[in-house]
Design a protein around this ligand. Structure first.
Ligand SMILES: Nc1nc2c(ncn2[C@@H]2O[C@H](COP(=O)(O)OP(=O)(O)OP(=O)(O)O)[C@@H](O)[C@H]2O)c(=O)[nH]1
Ligand SMILES: [Mg+2]
Length: 226
C-alpha cells in the first residue's frame, strides 16, 4: 500500500473542494476576494471602506473568519452588508470545506463580489485555496520592511499587496521603499498599492483597481487568476 503524507492528502482534498466552490461561484456570476494578513493589519477596516465605495455599483457580501468572536461580522452587519461568521476555534486559517458549509447557509446567488476575511495569520491562510478568484494581502507597514523576506509565502501568493497604515510611517521609522523592494523581490507580479484606512489615502485608487478587475473578470466569465 502506498503511503501518502497526511498534509499532501489534506491539501489535495482541500483543492478539490476549492475547485467545486469556484465552479459554484462562477455559475452564480460571483467573484470572490480572499483577504489575508497578520492579525490587526487592517483587514476589517479596509473591508468597511471598500464596501462603502463599491456598494453603489455591486451587490456585495462578506464571510468573516475568526478564531473566537463574531466581532468582525458584527462590524460588517452594522454597515447593512450581509456577513456570516465562521469561528474556527483553534484552527488558524479558513479552508475550502468551511466555505462550502457556509454557502449552504448563505445561498444568495445574486452576489456580485463576495469578500472573505481570513483568520489573522501571516502564514497558514496562504496555504489553503478557498475557491477565490483574487487574493489580497494587507501588510501593515509598521510591522517592518523585512516581513516579505521572513514570511514570503503569503506575499508570493497575493495578486494584490496593500501596504496599509502609511499614515504611521513618520512615527514607525520604517523604510517604505525597502519594504516595497522586498515585496517585489518575493513577488514581481503583484499589484502593490499604498493605503491608509485611517486617512483614506490610496483607497480610491484601490477601489478603482478592484472595480476594473471585477469588470474584466466578469467579462471573461472565468476566474483566471488562481
Ligand atoms: N493608524 C492606522 N490604524 C489603522 C489603519 N487601518 C486599521 N487601523 C487600526 O488597526 C487596528 C486593527 O484593525 P482591524 O481592521 O481590526 O484589523 P484586522 O486585520 O481586521 O484584525 P484581525 O481580524 O484581528 O486580524 C484597529 O485599531 C484599526 O483602527 C490605518 O491605515 N492607520
Ligand atoms: Mg478583522
Amino acid at each position: 500500500m502506498q503511503k501518502v503524507p497526511v498534509d499532501v492528502d489534506v491539501r489535495r482534498s482541500n483543492n478539490e473542494t476549492a475547485e467545486a466552490n469556484r465552479a459554484l461561484f462562477e455559475a452564480r456570476g460571483t467573484r470572490v476576494v480572499n483577504l489575508m494578513s497578520a492579525p490587526g493589519a487592517g483587514k476589517t477596516t479596509l473591508l468597511g471602506a471598500t464596501l462603502s465605495r463599491l456598494r453603489p455599483f455591486y451587490r456585495v457580501a462578506v464571510i468573516e473568519g475568526d478564531l473566537q468572536t463574531t466581532l468582525d461580522a458584527d462590524r460588517i452587519n452594522e454597515l447593512n452588508v450581509p456577513a456570516l461568521q465562521i469561528t474556527t476555534g483553534t484552527v488558524c486559517h479558513l479552508d475550502a470545506r468551511m466555505i462550502a458549509r457556509t454557502l449552504a447557509d448563505f445561498p444568495d446567488p445574486s452576489t456580485d463580489i463576495l469578500f472573505i476575511e481570513n483568520v489573522g495569520n501571516l502564514v497558514c491562510p496562504a496555504e489553503f485555496d478557498l475557491g477565490e478568484h483574487l487574493r489580497v494581502m494587507v501588510c501593515s507597514v509598521v510591522d517592518g520592511a523585512e516581513k516579505p523576506k521572513k514570511y514570503p509565502l503569503m506575499f508570493h501568493k497575493a495578486h494584490v499587496v496593500l501596504l496599509n497604515k502609511i499614515d504611521l510611517i513618520p512615527y514607525a521609522g520604517v523604510d517604505l521603499r525597502a519594504l516595497e523592494a522586498n515585496v517585489r523581490e518575493v513577488n514581481p507580479h503583484a499589484t502593490v498599492l499604498r493605503v491608509s484606512c485611517r486617512t483614506g489615502e490610496g483607497l480610491d485608487d484601490w477601489c478603482g483597481w478592484l472595480k476594473q478587475w471585477t469588470e474584466a473578470s466578469l467579462m471573461q466569465d472565468v476566474g483566471g487568476w488562481t
